[in-house]
Each structure stands twice: as C-alpha cells, then as structure tokens.
Design a protein around this ligand. Structure first.
Ligand code: ZN
Ligand code: MN
Length: 260
C-alpha cells in the first residue's frame, strides 16, 4: 500500500489507526532560492523524498509536505529578498503547523514526526509542537508524542568526510552547496541544472545580523559556499546512510510510552 497519507481513503486510514496508530511524518519545506542550479522547492523535495524512503522501511505514513516555511535568512538561506522566496510570518507558520498537529492527534494519529528540510523552520516547529500539546491536553486528548529533527543532523562524521574530503567549512554555509546539490543530483536529477552549478568563494558574514538585511555579504548567486564538489555519488552516500538511521531512530523515539 502507499505510504502517502493523502492517497489513502478515510476508511483505510481509520482501519490502520485502530490497529495502533502509524507514525505520521510531516515534511516541512520552504519556497526559497537555491542558487541558479536547484529549484525553489528543494527544501520540500528533499525531506519529502527522504520521508517516503523512511516510511517504506518502517510502515509510517507521509502527510502532504508543507511547501512554505519561515523566512529565508541571509546566513542560512541567502535571504528572503531573492525572486521566488515566498514565506510565512512566524505566527502564521506556527499556527498552521499547530492546527495540523492537533487534527492528526484528534483522529488518533498520535505519533507525529516533524521532518524539517529548512533550517529557518526549526524553532517555529518547536513552538507549534508545544502549543499543540497544550491545546490537546486542554481537550483531554492524551498520549501524543511529536519528534522533530532536520534530516541533516543525522549525517555521520564518516558521511561528512565523504562529502567534504578537504573538510567542512560550515553547515550553515552549505545552503544550495555540496550536500543539497549532491542529494538533489541523486534524488531528483531532472530538477538540477548541472551546467549552472556555481563555484564561488564562501560568504563572509559579520558575527551579527542587521535589519533591514544588508545584502552586501550575500553572494549574488544565493549560494553560500561552492557547490562544485557536488556529485550524485555523494548524494547516494548521504541518502543511504541517513534513511536507515532515521528509520532506526524513529523506532527508538516512539518506543517509550509518553504516559509511562
Ligand atoms: Zn535548502
Ligand atoms: Mn532553506
């Protein structure tokens, strides 16, 4: 059967839930520039593909991926001023995710994974989880457990060494660079403009943030460090390492009864 929640009928979902709730994975993406070579939906395509691979191994379901996220920030995403970036205010984003979490739990889907593909979402996902648990407790809906991570946190030192044989500069400057480009070359090769992969010096940001955004230190490509070292083979190494590791981690994370 499909792992995509929205491809099930309510009857099928109800039957699955009665047998013990399946884990539901909610990929959280963004619509954000990813240089001249990767599509605006990269931060959604990546977690959505990885989540489907995890779900195929574990019997989890994948909820429709969120296509919009919190605003791109210069130091982690190049900034929200690039054409094509369309983002949500934090309050809008938090409440959207809270509402989804609450309705899933109200229908008995109490094991939920926030599978983040966009760094800027992370604390707002935390807030959404907190507000959802508060609302559910007030309604008497108990037993919900929410697990949150960015898939990149599963990359092991060995995989990091394979990605960056000359050493990693910084994960934040990896925006649209070696890791994301490699994974997209492996997972969605048709969406990568391989001849446009940029090779520029890394962005040099000051140790503070400025508002309104100072676009001076942001590379004009929107890519924060060189993507020239990317390859489909590196992408395969990342995917084949993180998918089983995430699958195993989810088994552990949902093992403990939250009421126990
Ligand atoms: Zn990205
Ligand atoms: Mn992003």
């Amino acid at each position: 059967m499909t792992v995509q929640l929205d491809a099930l009928t309510w009857v099928e979902l109800d039957r699955l839930t009665r047998d013990g709730p399946p884990v539901v994975i909610l990929p959280a993406g963004s619509l954000e520039q990813h240089g001249p070579h990767l599509p605006l939906g990269t931060d959604r395509f990546m977690p959505a593909r990885l989540a489907a691979l995890v779900a195929e191994r574990t019997g989890a379901l994948v909820a429709p991926a969120l296509p919009y996220g919190y605003k791109s920030q210069p130091k982690s995403g190049g900034g929200n001023h690039f054409p094509g970036c369309a983002s949500l205010d934090a309050a809008t984003y938090i409440h959207m995710v809270r509402d989804i979490l609450c309705d899933l739990a109200r229908h008995g889907l109490t094991k939920i994974v926030l599978f983040d593909g966009h760094m800027e979402n992370q604390w707002f996902l935390t807030e959404a989880a907190d507000l959802a648990l508060r609302a559910l407790a007030a309604e008497g809906v108990v037993g919900t457990r929410i697990v949150k991570f960015g898939y990149w946190t599963f990359i092991t030192p060995e995989t990091e060494a394979a990605l960056f044989p000359d050493g990693l500069l910084s994960w934040e400057l990896e925006h649209a660079a070696v890791m994301e480009t490699s994974c997209m070359l492996h997972l969605c090769p048709d969406l990568v403009r391989a001849e446009e992969i940029p090779d520029g010096p890394p962005a040099a940001f000051p140790p503070y943030d400025v508002y309104p955004v100072d676009t001076g230190p942001i590379p004009p490509t929107g890519v924060l460090s060189s993507a020239a070292g990317a390859s489909a083979e590196k992408g395969r190494i990342v995917v084949e390492q993180v998918v089983p590791d995430i699958a195993a981690a989810l088994v552990t994370a949902f093992q403990t009864d939250p009421q126990g």
